[in-house]
Write a protein that binds this ligand. Structure first.
Ligand code: NAD
Length: 421
């Protein structure tokens, strides 16, 4: 095998291939883009490094980029999110270099990032801004060759905006997360469903009748709260933004500070992009048996080092993805997926139907970057609004849903100011 790689085992490729094809069935918008890319080759001659969760849906994206002419390599954007069969199939069946092994340690994770950067990308495609960050911190010799990047998630966009504000960002980046066809669907319905899926797969807990505490009421956490309630949980929301908290109250949830929720929650799940949302003083008052997890980008939302220091012994892995910490008073607290994105650690991430839109945005953002990088500053940009709307139109079409079209009379009415009551 001449394709560069570091994956668990190429023997896993056949199973991965079947699952990649299964996801493809539910990605009609990306398929249409792939068909056009096959004819037009908009990414011809472009080297790309993608740092994304290595899932069946991502496989369909990187294959689309390849069909569009890109010379693309893939590395994981999280040590626990890789699907090893998919990584194997990308190498063996699609001839795409992949550096990703589920459960890799931090050193291997960063070594893999370096190997992706060794590809000398013209375009970076990030989920959490790790490639951009590495380029700016440790691989500055490669920056002049980069024409731009794309970014998938909220936390990555926040990091990139901070870099741009500091004048530190040295190439333009398209914030895919800012597209309506991304965050309104992927973050809400994707994270909502797959996070609950991850909790259930890890624990096999009955959700009905339990008190589920959701940290945050943003796009992701709103989806998690909605789906937990759908399964019969009593949902409590914690927030720091009064507007979001008010929205949660009016959506019918109990809202209170985490310290008040801590002693009454059975299951805790955060998705805020913030640090130590569940901290030492919360663990101190939690019930015996509490289950705590995170579905935000980084594993900093739960203060696991504090919990480890409170525990009387090393945590016991009582089930895959469930670590049990025993407190001095005998309470047993459980952390799922080492505090990493639970939907990707213990389940399969978002369903393909929703990633269809996110990755349509990614593919079109890469094409946009090739065409327009000369006109862009070293800043963070949205996917153009007409592209965003077109993705929604294509998705509706694929779902067989028709909508009304403005008549000329309605168009004229909506664009005038003279007519009133
Ligand atoms: N699990 C996944 O697959 C997945 C998918 C998309 C995004 N994400 C990640 O999830 C996180 C949230 O993304 P989002 O799009 O929902 O962001 P968002 O900005 O829409 O929502 C975050 C919310 O958390 C609130 N918050 C911040 N600090 C808090 C605290 N200490 N306590 C309570 N609430 C707090 C904010 O006020 C905000 O309402 C990010 O890290 C993002 O990268 C994960």
């Amino acid at each position: 095998m001449s394709i560069e790689h570091d994956v668990r085992s190429l023997d896993m490729a056949p199973g991965g291939r079947l699952r990649i094809e299964w996801a493809e069935n539910d990605m009609p918008v990306l398929r249409q883009i792939r068909e056009r890319f096959a004819k037009e080759k908009p990414l011809q001659g472009i080297r790309m490094a993608a740092c994304l969760h290595v899932t069946t849906e991502t496989a369909n994206l990187v294959h689309t980029l390849q069909v569009g002419g890109a010379d693309v390599v893939l590395t994981a954007s999280n040590p626990l999110s890789t699907q090893d069969d998919v990584a194997a199939s990308l190498v063996a069946n699609y001839e795409i270099p992949v550096f990703a092994i589920k459960g890799e340690d931090n050193k291997t994770y960063y070594d893999h990032l370096q190997r992706a950067l060794d590809h000398q990308p013209h375009i970076t495609m990030d989920d959490g801004a790790d490639l951009v960050s590495e380029l700016h911190k440790n691989r500055t010799e490669l920056i002049d060759g980069v024409i731009g990047g794309t970014e998938e998630t909220t936390t990555g966009v926040i990091r990139l905006r901070a870099m741009a504000a500091d004048g530190a960002l040295r190439f333009p980046v398209v914030a895919v997360n800012d597209s309506d066809t991304k965050h309104m669907f992927d973050n809400r319905y994707g994270t909502g469903q797959s996070t609950i899926d991850g909790i259930i797969r890890a624990t096999n807990l009955l959700i009905a009748g339990r008190t589920v505490v959701v940290g945050g009421y943003g796009w992701c956490s709103r989806g998690i709260a909605m789906r937990a309630r759908g399964l019969g949980a009593n949902v409590i929301v914690t927030e720091v933004d009064p507007l979001k908290a008010l929205e949660a109250v009016m959506d019918g949830y109990r809202v209170m500070p985490m310290i008040e929720a801590a002693p009454i929650g059975d299951v805790f799940v955060t998705s805020t992009g913030d640090i130590n949302v569940v901290d030492r003083h919360h663990f101190e008052v939690m019930k015996n048996g509490a289950v705590v997890c995170n579905s935000g980008h980084f594993n900093v939302e739960l203060n696991i080092p504090a919990l480890a220091s409170m525990a009387v012994e090393e945590p016991r892995r009582v089930r895959p993805f469930v670590d049990q910490y025993i407190m001095p008073d005998g309470r047993r607290l459980h952390i799922l997926g080492e505090g990493r994105l639970i939907n990707l650690a213990a389940a399969e991430g978002h369903p393909a139907s929703v990633m269809d839109m996110s990755f349509a945005n990614q593919a079109l953002a890469a094409e946009y970057m090739v065409k327009h990088h000369d006109e862009l500053q070293n800043n963070v940009y949205r996917v153009p609004e007409d592209v965003d709307k077109e993705i929604a139109r294509l998705k509706l079409e694929a779902m067989g849903v028709n909508i009304d079209v403005l008549t000329d009379e309605q168009l004229a009415y909506l664009n005038q100011w003279q007519e009133g009551t």
